[in-house]
Design a protein around this ligand. Structure first.
Ligand SMILES: CC(=O)[C@@H](O)[C@H](O)COP(=O)(O)O
Ligand SMILES: NCC(=O)COP(=O)(O)O
Length: 237
């Protein structure tokens, strides 16, 4: 069964909106784990409008499952993760100021840069993952830059789900089989929710981890955090 890593960016966004420390991101992370989450994710962006760079070390102190830090590999981001040594770093090719992530890496054009960054992270004992679209050539590129895992950008799957879920999942299922043949670990995330998650997981038997934030935190407003985490875990069975 894939691990559920809860992305706390939206909790941090609420915290930051009043300049005080509530909701307390660290407390929420510990509670998510107590409620059954198998990982905690944050994605600090250069403007730190939600997760901040100083959240990384603070989370590293308390997270007992798996800490996954996502982000664009600026020198500032790299110095933070190399110092804190989370379990996993997921590299995302976001432009500064981007509203949210909307595409994966061009692993062919950016091969040299990715290779250098990935080996710096791996030398510190950090598992690497790179955000990627489901495409064979890009997966070949991912293997050649030496990443441990890839994270499929699932925005297009979520968008296409209601119209034709078989067509929406097909490229991901195919890419997942190919990634497994290449020996790459497989994660996925972006816009996964209670409605589309179980079909996705069923069609990707090699899926190791999903990171889910926006929909999960929204659902928690209605069901509470503990119930919501249980609902997501059920979808992954
Ligand atoms: C890479 C990815 O898909 C997530 O980290 C996502 O970008 C988080 O979303 P927000 O920052 O928009 O909450
Ligand atoms: N890597 C994807 C992630 O962490 C959460 O994305 P979303 O569920 O907030 O769209």
């Amino acid at each position: 069964m894939p691990r559920l890593s809860v992305n706390l960016n939206k909790v941090a966004l609420i915290r930051n909106s009043r300049g005080a420390n509530y909701p307390d991101l660290i407390r929420v992370a510990m509670d998510c784990e107590a409620f059954g989450a198998e990982g905690i994710t944050i994605h600090p962006r250069p403007d730190q409008r939600h997760a901040r760079y100083d959240d990384v070390a603070a989370l590293k102190e308390v997270v007992t499952t798996e800490l996954n830090i996502e982000g664009y590999p600026s020198e500032e981001f790299l110095s933070v993760v190399l110092a804190a040594r989370p379990d996993q770093v997921t590299l995302v090719p976001d432009e500064p100021g981007q509203l949210t992530s909307d595409h994966g890496w061009d692993t062919i054009k950016k091969a040299e840069e990715l290779k250098r960054i990935i080996s710096r992270l791996q030398e510190r004992g950090i598992r690497t993952s790179i955000f990627i679209d489901p495409d064979r050539a890009l997966l070949d590129g991912a293997q050649s830059v030496g990443t441990d895992r890839v994270e499929f950008y699932t925005g297009p799957y979520a968008k296409g789900y209601d119209e034709d879920r078989e067509a929406a999942v097909a490229p991901f299922a195919e890419a997942s089989r190919f990634a497994a043949e290449l020996g790459l670990g497989i994660n996925a995330g972006h816009d996964l929710n209670l409605h589309n998650l179980s079909f996705f997981a069923r069609n990707l038997p090699d899926l190791e981890e999903v990171s889910i934030g926006h929909a999960l935190i929204t659902d928690a407003l209605y069901h509470g955090l503990s119930n919501t985490i249980q609902l997501y875990l059920q979808r992954l069975k």
